[in-house]
Design a protein around this ligand. Structure first.
Ligand code: UD1
Ligand code: CA
Length: 460
């Protein structure tokens, strides 16, 4: 049996350098708040409890995260990381292990944390450390001649000799709750910052003969924290690069792995191709052989096999059937369901509409709240007038209908199976199946008509 795990996430700090009204840990990375990334890593460890220590930004944090299963400990005022963990103590189980994470360190891999929990399970303190080319600002790991960790000294309290140490404290550690509680009670704030340093418990552990075992992340980005918008942007690119590499490893072709943004979950079939500057939000699936052109934005879209999405399309909340061809410059809005082999061309907007097998809407049209059957051809400049100023109405276009160019369909209205609408029709009543219907002024030619002639003006 392994010990139950309690996770404490420190997120009370100010985040001054973000210069933001939004609490730092709510700033998004890959479309999700920093804190949501940390929570996801915590969740993956299946802990018995998660306690978030918050303070700065007040109740915006619990409100935005909106999870009833979390414990929230308010730290007010913020007297240091040790003081922060003290606030969480009442929520922790004495028999558990405690993993301490930072709300502003979003990308720590679950495997790294799992390894730390295993070490702490043997009664030791697992401490995540890293060697950094530039260790400035971090707490330094002081080891004895035998290489055993002795204590952590904060940058502001360090001697010149200690400042030369390049092994830093990432802040992440894991240890038995009972020991943590014992040491936290003994913290003092007689240091350069007048704070209760969580890091002081390392020297206490050594004093009490408890082993401190350093662990190391597989990659440096796992332990990078966010203090400024520049660091946030840098970590975003690092994270996107990792996502891009994972996609390519699964067999996706990315024309440029440095120019893709996945802000959510992207699942791809075999031989998918994604051109530059595509943005994926929410849950997107791309079936086998699907192609996404340059500069497309897809949010919550299900794309079937063989679909080609040409450049500059914006697609949200839609299902696209196999072998459909979309764009360039198409906008497909929520509630749209396209069957196989549908063609949607340039400057076409679809909303809350079903389009049947092999139907074509190729140019400059608005189709909203419509049911379009199979093998329908909708000509250029067609508009479903779905809104009367108060309510929305549906347009039904049955199989194999042909809608002439520049037609307005004033909903509610139905175009029967195989019907043809003449170009320029404003349809206000149902069009019968199989017939030609048109509604437009008759063409006249005025014999002998002459253009007016410009009146001559007197010369000055
Ligand atoms: C801390 C560590 C330092 C380590 C560094 C890694 C201490 C004393 N120092 O320093 O050894 O190298 O992190 O980034 O622990 N927080 C609270 N309440 C507080 C203070 C902080 O919740 O009263 C939270 C912050 O929101 C943040 C985390 O704790 O998520 C770290 O705080 P920060 O002020 O960034 O710590 P550092 O001084 O950088
Ligand atoms: Ca910090």
């Amino acid at each position: 049996m392994t010990d139950p795990l309690n996770v404490v996430i420190l997120a009370a700090g100010k985040g001054t350098r973000m210069k933001s009204d939004l609490p730092k840990v709510l700033h998004p990375l890959a479309g999700r708040p920093l804190l949501a990334h940390v929570l996801a890593a915590a969740d993956a460890l299946a802990p018995a409890r998660i306690c978030v220590v918050y303070g700065h930004g007040g109740d915006a944090l619990p409100r935005t995260i909106g999870r009833a299963d979390l414990a929230w400990a308010r730290q007010e005022p913020q007297l240091g990381t040790g003081h922060a963990v003290q606030q969480a103590l009442p929520h922790l189980d004495d028999a558990a292990l405690c993993l301490i994470l930072y709300g502003d360190v979003p990308l720590t891999r679950v495997e790294t944390l799992r390894e730390m929990a295993l070490i702490a399970g043997q009664g030791a303190v697992a401490l995540l450390t890293a060697r950094l080319a530039n260790p400035a600002g971090y707490g330094r790991i002081v080891r004895d001649a035998g290489g055993r960790v002795q204590r952590i000294v904060e940058h502001k309290d360090a001697s010149a000799e200690e400042l030369a140490i390049d092994e830093v404290n990432t802040g992440i550690l894991c240890l038995p709750v009972a020991r943590l509680a014992h040491w936290l009670a003994r913290l003092r704030n007689d240091n350069a910052q007048g704070e209760y340093y969580l890091t002081d418990i390392i020297a206490m552990a050594v004093q009490d003969g408890v082993q401190v075992i350093p662990c190391h992340p597989g990659a440096e980005w796992e332990v990078l924290g966010i203090n400024s918008r520049q660091q946030l942007a840098e970590l975003e690119r690092v994270h996107q690069r990792e996502i891009a590499h994972a996609l390519m490893a699964e067999g996706v072709t990315l024309i440029d792995p440095a120019r893709i943004d996945v802000r959510g979950e992207l699942r791809c079939g075999r031989d998918v191709l994604i051109d530059v500057n595509a943005v994926f939000e929410g849950r997107v699936t791309l079936g086998d052989g699907a192609r996404v052109g340059a500069h497309c934005v897809l949010k919550d879209v299900d794309v079937a096999a063989g679909v080609e999405i040409k450049p500059f399309c914006h697609i949200e909340g839609a299902r696209i059937g196999a072998n459909a061809v979309i764009g360039p410059y198409a906008r497909i809005r929520p509630g749209s369901v396209l069957d196989e082999e549908v063609h949607i061309g340039n400057f076409v907007e679809l909303k809350n509409s079903q389009v049947g097998f092999n139907s074509k809407i190729n140019h400059l049209s608005y189709v909203g709240d419509a049911s379009v059957g199979r093998k329908v051809n909708i000509g250029a400049g067609t508009i479903t007038c779905n809104y009367d100023g108060a309510n929305k109405h549906r347009t039904v276009i049955e199989d194999e209908a042909f809608i002439g160019s520049d037609t307005q369909l004033v909903a509610p209205v139905t175009v029967g199976r195989g019907a043809t609408l003449g170009a320029g029709t404003t349809l206000t009543r149902d069009a019968p199946a199989g017939e030609l219907t048109l509604a437009r002024a008759r063409q006249v030619t005025v014999p002998g008509w002459q253009r007016p002639i410009k009146a001559a003006r007197d010369k000055p």
